[in-house]
Ligand binder design. Structure first.
Ligand SMILES: [Zn+2]
Length: 551
């Protein structure tokens, strides 16, 4: 009998393809799964007893924003502790490469304060150089990347609100082509954010035709996820049809203000699929988000320096103009703005306000009542008083929509979070990111174990083989002989997400600051143990995955 490097024994194996578990031993050798056999039949130099636990493919998080935070925390703490072994970065139109200038100021502005961390050196130009930068310093997880349309548009046009002319198109296509050749898995857009919101549908179709040449995908934060959600989903589907690319509609839960529940946008996806178009969806299971209050301002203002924003809001005429623009929402703003537009001030709870510490934990409605002012004015006043540092928790998604999405076969599970760590620069100030710490264990705890919204095997499929299929990764996301040994061993009975606040919030906020989940016992990346008994081993076996057609 062969003695393998390492054998996992006594566990219930979930292959990731949606099949129910079976008893088995699994052997790892040189990074790969080399044998799967009946329980108790394999021998290893090292054996891990997975009694009482499930053995599944490592989770693949298809929607994240770790592009720069992974440079600051290469062990990828908040991801690996959840059992995530691969992340797709570059979503919502945002990637830090390519740049046309070493110190491209617009791109730094787009990425905000993370840009200033010493590890974020901005010493790459091309997409290829950025991917090399990721790999050279070592990674706790595997990383696959999309190229962001925002980076391309900034390189050609900056933050200007205008159509791309033929010269701009030439610049964007050239950068896109080189990024695809370097191994980008496709292109993403963020059509509610600057500069993506200034692009026409035709511009994106033309760029996606370039993506099609390399068999990449189109992932989109669509042009509005509230009032315009159906038109916006239809636009994404049209882009895929006319350019000949598969479409991934990102975090597609209807946000407060949508005229329909999630079944309406899912119907559009079903129709497209019935017509032979490969359209899929991802979603995370959190009902809230905690952006800066000034992120709710109209797009052309939100990225201005704090002093310019407060100057605008101090001018009563401008203030009224801005208020009208928010309510009209002609260029649909991102999801949370629905709460401003529809006067849902009781659903916005202050999280950070350095100049008004006594207000933390109170809703804007309650603050307005105390001050005897209108809530809209209170919202503006809080920005004037705290600048960019005022953040609030916006409860903007109805949980019933999360269930509808979870149960649909064309929807996979993503976090929409980023690599974080409860220490160092990524924890100062402490971000409100329950999804970054608890997405996958939270689904298993709340929607599989405690309430049977999903079967275990279906939940695992949506976290593993399905996103792998979307990315064209044929040797990850499944447990079978020959596949890379990206593996998570978890204890379903004791799994516990220690990061999620359930609405309505009580202050001090439950589970905030965040903690790692419980019940994720062992995590392997490329056959190397990165989490051992709920501890990070310090190993950095992750690789930068490059899209196959580029080779
Ligand atoms: Zn997004």
């Amino acid at each position: 009998m062969t003695t393998h490097d390492l054998v996992l024994t006594n566990g219930r194996i979930l292959d990731g393809c949606g099949n129910p578990w079976f008893w088995g031993d699994l052997a790892i050798q040189q990074g790969r799964i080399v044998e799967i056999a009946p329980r108790g039949t394999l021998q290893g130099k090292q054996t891990i007893d997975a009694a009482g636990r499930f053995i599944a493919p490592g989770f693949i998080d298809i929607h994240t924003h770790s592009d720069l935070t992974i440079l600051v925390n290469r062990p990828a703490e908040s991801a690996i502790r959840q059992g995530v072994t691969t992340q797709l970065i570059g979503n919502c139109g945002m990637s830090p490469a390519p740049t046309v200038d070493l110190d491209y100021p617009d791109l730094r502005l787009l990425w905000g304060s993370i840009s200033d961390q010493p590890e974020v050196t901005w010493d790459w130009g091309s997409f290829d150089e950025y991917l090399q930068k990721l790999q050279v310093g070592g990674l706790g997880i595997n990383i696959a990347a999309l190229v962001g349309h925002g980076a391309l548009r900034l390189a050609a046009i900056g933050f200007e609100d205008r159509r791309a002319d033929s010269n701009d198109m030439w610049i964007m296509k050239d950068l896109l082509k080189h990024s695809m050749q370097a191994g980008a898995f496709g292109m993403s857009t963020g059509l509610v954010y600057p500069p993506g919101c200034y692009a026409t549908t035709e511009e994106i179709i033309e760029l996606c035709k370039e993506v099609a040449q390399y068999h990449g995908m189109y992932a989109s934060h669509i042009r509005g996820e509230r009032e315009t959600i159906l038109e916006a989903a239809a636009e994404a589907i049209r882009i895929g049809r006319e350019a000949g690319v598969p479409v991934q509609i990102s975090h597609n839960a209807p946000k407060f203000g949508a005229p329909c529940d999630a079944s309406a946008n899912l119907r559009l996806v079903e129709e497209a699929r019935a017509n032979g178009q490969d359209v899929t969806v991802d979603n995370d299971v959190h009902t809230d988000l905690a952006p800066a209050l000034c992120d709710g301002l109209p797009q052309y203002i939100e990225d201005l320096p704090a002093s310019e924003i407060t100057a605008l809001l101090r001018d009563p005429v401008k203030r009224l103009e801005i208020r009208n623009e928010i309510v009209e929402d002609r260029k649909p703003a991102f999801g949370p703005v629905g709460l401003l537009k529809h006067n849902q001030w009781q659903r916005i709870t202050m999280l950070h306000a350095p100049r008004n510490l006594e207000l933390i934990g109170k809703t804007i409605q309650a603050i307005a009542d105390e001050r005897g002012k209108e809530p809209f004015d209170t919202y503006f006043d809080l920005i004037v008083e705290n600048g960019r540092q005022a953040d609030a928790i916006f409860d903007y998604i109805n949980e019933s929509n999360i269930r509808l999405l979870l149960q649909h076969p064309a929807v996979m599970i993503s976090s929409d979070g980023e690599v974080l760590a409860p220490y160092g620069a990524l924890n100062d100030p402490i971000p409100y990111q329950p999804c970054s710490y608890g997405e996958f264990p939270g689904v298993l705890e709340r929607y599989v174990r405690d309430e049977p919204v999903l079967s275990l095997q279906e939940a695992i499929r949506k976290m593993t083989s399905f996103p792998a299929q979307r990315l064209g990764l044929r040797d990850r996301g499944v447990l079978r002989e020959g596949a890379w040994a990206d593996i998570v061993v978890f204890d379903l009975e004791h799994i516990h997400d220690r990061a999620t606040n359930l609405y309505p919030h009580t202050y001090p906020f439950e589970n905030y600051p965040h903690k790692y989940p419980e019940g994720i016992d062992y995590v392997f990346v490329n056959g190397v143990l990165v989490v051992n008994g709920e501890q990070h081993t310090g190993a950095l076996p992750g690789v930068v995955l490059r899209h196959k057609t580029s080779r």
